[in-house]
Design a protein around this ligand. Structure first.
Ligand code: AGP
Length: 598
């Protein structure tokens, strides 16, 4: 979703801002803009559409001189993606410019008040209220104006502000929206995402909710919402610049699919010692273990589907009931959660608004929350009682791939850890499963290597609607396979529990209907095969993803871990189908990488 960047230093700001915005493109956006301080004024340039257009308009930044500025990519919420609604927004007196990530929930009330006060609005956005409030509260002291403004805002925000009275300074403040300061030498930065910073500096400061900061080329001052100055630690980002680049692949998505063996290895390696699973200093006390009467897994989208696979692993190995809940539903469901519930919250970005809300709801009811998160320092990582990082590295393509398989990996590790702690697994099975888990990276690589025929298979689907079927763990994979296909190729794809087809959906099966059957669960193979026969009898063309019309093979694996292999050909199938159709694979229409609104 929206992205913000800011730069102050001795060199030209606009090229740095444009480069930073390009690094945030993957989050999804539909307009972009920059504001640069120069000669006592603020110059704003904004466009609807892509950053390439903004580059053209600003002569790659050369036409927008100045060494301090802010930039924004907007994913439209309030008002269409037009030039006028694009950020930055200017105050009526031209003194302030603002970029904003998040949503101001009370903006209508503020807008009415500001119009009454005589302020003139140029856009339909919630953000514009902020810049007029700054003008209203400004009496020469910017910090106070920002604090007073922030106190009036309800909702979520990460704000970047410049003011003509302080031509080399940037101001930021956050509430429920990520904001990271980049610490450079003779120059400083801010961004909503570290990927915009890593090419400049790996030294960062993570701002917390309610914190305000002033950045000049040589200083960073952070204070809390009461205005007290804080000493914030500087953290080191471990992601490399190369990790956030395509590295010779045509798309980030393909690169990230290919990175899965390494990513899964990175999630496993530090957690298996001498044949035992150890979870980053994580220990459930005997009391907590006794208290694990029920586990709830909550997440959105693919992370939810990872939870669906994880449920089978945890229930099978630990014999503890697991409920998997969509975060957007759980948050409003008056959930049956208490201090005896262990909640696993899964999120690649760690910033998904519904997932954060579900986490807060569960915590408020006394549950212990474990976050399974990729982005270090993200909101979910901070709110959870304990974090298990997935170590996938930066995931840029909107469609998650290595984010999902590393979530599965951490869930498998967790299942083994808990099964042992609860004494629900015998030593031999435990040892065998740990070993099997260690083979996953190699087997994912084999899955990629042995499926060179997928581009050809995908080309047959690029104009069709598709069904994905499976049972049990295979059904969980089918759900993720169908989502991948939908989000990047825009093909209509539905997933069904294979046994459910005959209860209604089979009516849709007709001659040549492509059906992708995930068939990796050996114990249920015969059952799924019966369902395949049923659809074939009605004219369907069936592709099977299986260990065993077209068969896509994966290496033989323990059923409980097979989702991490079976999903790989489905990711590739979706990728090649989207490529065949000429889709914008890394930035599918209407989608954002990190969904920070409800
Ligand atoms: C997956 O390909 C999606 N783009 C989406 O479903 C995603 O998994 C979901 O929005 C959750 O994101 P998170 O893992 O960052 O919380």
């Amino acid at each position: 979703m929206c992205g913000i960047v800011g730069f102050t230093g001795a060199r030209a700001a606009a090229p740095v801002l444009l480069g930073g915005l390009e690094r945030l493109e993957y989050r999804g956006y539909d307009s972009a803009g920059i504001a640069v301080l120069h000669g006592g004024a603020i110059r704003v340039e904004k466009v609807s559409g892509r950053i390439a257009k903004l580059r053209e308009k600003t002569g790659d930044g050369a036409l927008t001189p100045g060494s301090a500025g802010i930039g924004h990519t907007r994913w439209a919420t309030h008002g269409a993606p037009t030039d006028l609604n694009a950020h930055p927004h200017l105050s009526n007196d031209g003194r302030f410019a603002v970029v904003h990530n998040g949503i101001i929930e009370n903006y209508l009330e503020l807008r009415r008040e500001l119009i009454k006060d005589g302020y003139v609005f140029q856009s339909e956005t919630d953000t514009e209220t902020i810049v007029h409030l700054l003008e209203k509260y400004y009496d020469g002291d910017i910090k106070t104006a920002v604090m007073k403004t922030a106190a009036r805002l309800e909702g979520s925000y990460a704000l970047g502000i410049v003011c003509t009275d302080t031509p080399d300074a940037l101001y930021v403040v956050r509430e429920a929206s990520p904001l990271i300061l980049g610490v450079g030498v003779g120059e400083n930065y801010f961004a909503s995402d570290v990927t915009a910073l890593v090419s400049h500096t790996k030294n960062v400061i993570y701002l917390e909710d309610g914190e305000f900061a002033k950045l000049t080329p040589d200083s960073i001052m952070v204070c809390d919402c009461a205005g007290r100055e804080l000493k914030k630690p500087i953290s080191r980002v471990t992601w490399s610049v190369e990790a956030a680049e395509k590295g010779g692949y045509e798309h980030f998505m393909l690169k990230e699919i290919m990175e899965q063996p390494a990513a899964v290895k990175a999630a496993l390696a530090p957690r298996i010692h001498e044949g035992r699973v150890q979870l980053d200093g994580f220990e459930l006390s005997a009391d907590e273990l006794r208290g694990v009467g029920k586990i709830i897994i909550t997440a959105c989208g693919s992370a939810y589907y990872a939870g669906c696979s994880g449920r089978y692993a945890i229930e099978r190995l630990c014999r503890v009931p697991v409920q998997v809940e969509l975060a957007s539903e759980l948050r409003y469901s008056d959930p049956m959660v208490d201090e005896h519930t262990l909640v696993l919250v899964i999120s690649q970005s760690g910033e998904t608004a519904d997932t954060i809300a579900a986490l807060k709801e569960c915590k408020a009811r006394g549950a212990k929350v474990i976050g399974i998160v990729n982005v270090v320092g993200s909101t979910i990582a901070k709110l959870a009682d304990h974090v298990l990082y997935t170590f996938a590295g930066p995931e840029i393509a909107v469609a998650t791939t290595k984010g999902y398989t590393t979530q599965l990996t951490v869930l498998y590790l967790f299942a083994l850890y808990l099964a042992e702690k609860l004494g629900r697994i015998d030593a031999d099975s435990y040892a065998a499963l740990v070993k099997e888990l260690q083979h996953l990276p190699r087997k994912i690589q084999q899955t990629i290597d042995m499926n060179w025929q997928l581009p050809k298979l995908a080309s047959r689907y690029s104009s069709r609607s598709l069904f994905f079927i499976g049972r049990n763990t295979d059904y969980a994979v089918a759900l993720e396979g169908a989502l991948k296909m939908k989000e990047i190729s825009y093909l209509h794809a539905e997933s069904y529990a294979a046994g459910e087809l005959k209860h209604g959906t089979i009516a849709l099966i007709e001659e040549n209907q492509p059906v992708i059957a995930v068939c990796c669960n050996e114990a249920l193979m015969d059952k799924t095969l019966s369902n395949i026969v049923e659809v074939k009898a009605r004219g369907a063309k069936v592709k099977i993803v299986s260990q065993a019309d077209d068969v896509i093979f994966i290496p033989r694996a323990e059923t409980v871990f097979s989702a991490a292999l079976a999903v790989v050909p489905l990711q590739l199938l979706a990728y090649y189908a989207a490529k065949e159709k000429g889709c914008d694979i890394d930035k599918p229409k209407n989608l954002a990488k990190s969904v920070t609104v409800e």
